[in-house]
Design a protein around this ligand. Structure first.
Ligand code: ADP
Ligand code: MG
Length: 135
């Protein structure tokens, strides 16, 4: 699926639509440059999944866990160079069969993701416009 959005609200709305396709155990990999809108889109999905707490970038930790109708994990592996060099149990608490997990900057963890339900790529098109590919 290929979409263009022209503001954060539209990207959130696209995320809300993606929520309908997801179920427990699914992992969604979200790629794109800094500021492309990865966290914004994940915020939209989380809203639609019944998460009421604020959805923000994980900064001092690799991830957040939210309560929703389905429990949700939100990982950001930006600072993680190579998962092999880290504690392999690092992702265990986030990737569980009952959760839906969203992963920003997934490259470092790529081999560890077993149930990838969707891959999302967000690209800058200038200003507030973004191209969003969901495969
Ligand atoms: P990332 O997680 O990819 O680094 P964020 O979602 O944290 O990006 O930030 C995206 C920024 O770009 C936000 O400030 C958001 O308001 C802004 N923005 C402007 N236009 C869009 C758009 N079309 N889609 C998503 N975010 C947008
Ligand atoms: Mg982010």
């Amino acid at each position: 699926m290929l979409e263009r959005t022209s503001g954060a609200a539209e990207t959130e709305a696209l995320g809300e639509r993606l929520a309908a396709e997801l179920g427990a155990g699914d992992v969604v990999l979200v790629s794109g440059e800094l500021g492309a809108g990865k966290t914004t889109m994940i915020r939209g999905v989380c809203r639609a999944l019944g998460v009421s707490e604020p959805v923000t970038s994980p900064t001092f930790t690799i991830g957040h866990r939210y309560r929703g109708r389905v429990p949700v994990s939100h990982l950001d592996l930006y600072r993680l160079e190579d998962l092999d060099a880290e504690d392999p149990a690092l992702l265990e608490d986030y990737l569980t069969p009952e959760r839906i997990a969203f992963v920003e900057w997934p490259a470092a963890g790529e081999p560890a993701f077993e149930r990838v339900a969707a891959r999302v790529l967000l690209e800058h098109l200038g200003g507030d416009r973004r191209r969003i590919t969901i495969a």
